[in-house]
Design a binder for this molecule. Structure first.
Ligand code: SAM
Length: 217
């Protein structure tokens, strides 16, 4: 599937990263396997390759970041991905999170606000054998043209839960979204029980770049 150079050193570093994530509390074997499979260094500038398997966020240009592996694992675990599910990701960025969802067998639709990142990632992912549906636009409004979704994951910090996202979720669907102020957000998992009833659970604090746009900052 993946066509770029992936050495045994990188594979070893990925194994250690997976162990670190297990120690930090990630339990879902399928999520850990996906992180152990996707070569995160492919998503980095070559100057930063040696840092690719640290459990840290890194710059990807345009003032944006590739999320910390723990954050990716945590959000993916909350999303409870099943093969064939239609998932909307808001904030394509480097494409790493989208690649993890793809490996889990989801039909991934990913939307990015920044035109340069959208173009770069849309070109890059197919080169490593990952073919998704890419969109450029304001994901705070969701993606009405492709709704409804089984799951929605937001990878930027929102001031509130956007109404559009709840509307575009199927009954029984899950929305995972960091909500808070510009410096710190609580990870939230919302489950749409009926058209009128949504349950929500709050988890730890994270620090995401802001979700921009009409229903963002
Ligand atoms: N998921 C990404 C990855 O795996 O590399 C990391 C995402 S980065 C932390 C957040 C991304 O959200 C940035 O690329 C930013 O441009 C994008 N973003 C911010 N507001 C957005 C919006 N309203 N719609 C779509 N993307 C948005």
């Amino acid at each position: 599937m993946l066509k770029l150079e992936d050495s045994y050193i990188h594979k070893g570093q990925r194994k250690s990263l997976v162990k670190t994530l297990e120690k930090k509390g990630i339990l879902d074997k399928k999520v850990l396997d996906a992180i152990g499979t996707v070569p995160r260094h492919f998503f980095f500038d070559s100057a930063l390759h040696s840092h690719a398997y640290e459990d840290k966020a890194f710059p990807i240009g345009e003032g944006q970041t590739i999320s910390q592996p723990f954050t990716v694992a945590f959000q993916t675990e909350l999303l409870q991905v099943n093969p064939g599910e239609k998932i909307l990701e808001i904030g394509t960025g480097s494409g790493y999170q989208a690649a993890i969802l793809y490996l889990l067998g989801a039909e991934v639709h990913t939307i990015e606000y920044n035109k340069k990142l959208y173009e770069k990632t849309k070109k890059f992912l197919p080169k490593i054998g990952i073919n998704l549906n890419f969109y450029h636009g304001d994901g705070s409004l969701g993606l009405a043209a492709k709704a409804p979704f089984d799951k929605i994951i937001v990878t930027a910090g929102a001031p509130v839960v956007p109404n559009s996202l709840l509307k575009q979720l199927k009954i029984g669907g899950i929305l995972v979204i960091p909500v808070g102020d510009r410096n710190s957000q609580k990870m939230m998992k919302l489950v749409k029980k009926t058209t009128r009833q949504v349950t929500q659970e709050a988890y730890d604090n994270f620090a995401f770049v802001p979700l921009l746009g009409e229903e963002g900052w």
